[in-house]
Design a protein. Structure first.
Length: 241
């Protein structure tokens, strides 16, 4: 399987100065389904298959759904189909194109949602509703905001499952927070009281339940602007104190 661009292709990708980024898709050749959307420069598009091959050669389990799927494709004797959607992009534009594509392909193996996903795919009806919501006032309770998406809900089966795992965060710090706000497009859709946090591979996850505590009044309100600033792509945010 090809694991790098030719010199001519690399020269072309790098011929636009700082606009050297591209956005790509990875497709399962057995089903022709897109399973990953990414952005990068240079040989980034080939790195996922190389990582999966390394895991296979070490006889280890893949550490993500993406690598597990690529390993299965390679084991079947086929190759991942790699598609470049746009090239010659600035990093900022690449973020935007990547996020738009992620919205179009539910059920992806991407761990994180697209950049600035609060501005992502939404129906006109929901956009009207969103535009007329009020921000909540910070409650006394400490909480964590976890930003998810309708695509993640489809992939995981429920809002709870899409919210509770798997996050790159400090488990000792997370354990100090009693509540999790599950947020879609900047709107609080559910609030979970956390019973426990636990390691989930090299990430963390929680077990919790929907709560009727006082903080539940934040449901269907907009998270404050300080959590929605452009550039805040991280889906896991602690309450600002």
């Amino acid at each position: 399987m090809k694991d790098s661009f030719s010199k001519g292709a690399l020269d072309k990708l790098n011929s636009n100065g700082n606009n050297m980024y591209y956005v790509y898709r990875l497709i399962d050749p057995r089903t022709f389904q897109t399973f990953y959307v990414g952005k990068g420069c240079g040989n980034r598009i080939f790195d996922h298959a190389k990582a999966a091959k390394a895991l296979i050669s070490k006889d280890e389990d893949a550490d993500s759904l993406k690598l597990k799927l690529i390993s299965e494709i390679l084991a079947s004797g086929k190759e991942v189909i790699c598609i470049i959607h746009r090239w010659g992009l600035s990093q900022k534009t690449a973020f935007e194109v990547e996020a738009a594509l992620i919205d179009c392909y539910p059920g992806l193996t991407n761990i994180q949602n697209g950049h600035d996903n609060e501005r992502g795919m939404v129906t006109v009806k929901d956009f009207e509703k969103l535009s007329n919501l009020n921000e909540y006032q910070e409650p006394e309770e400490d909480y964590i905001i976890i930003k998810t998406s309708k695509g993640a809900i489809e992939a995981n089966g429920s809002l709870y499952e899409a919210t509770r795992r798997s996050w790159k965060a400090d488990i000792n710090k997370a354990m100090k927070y009693k509540y999790v706000l599950s947020v879609i497009h900047g709107v609080v859709k559910e609030i979970y009281a956390v019973d426990k946090w636990y390691p989930d591979g090299d990430r963390i996850a929680f077990v919790g339940r929907e709560t009727n505590d006082k903080i539940s009044s934040l449901k269907e309100t907009l998270i404050p602007a300080m959590y929605r600033k452009k550039g805040m792509a991280r889906p896991f945010l602690y309450k600002k104190k």
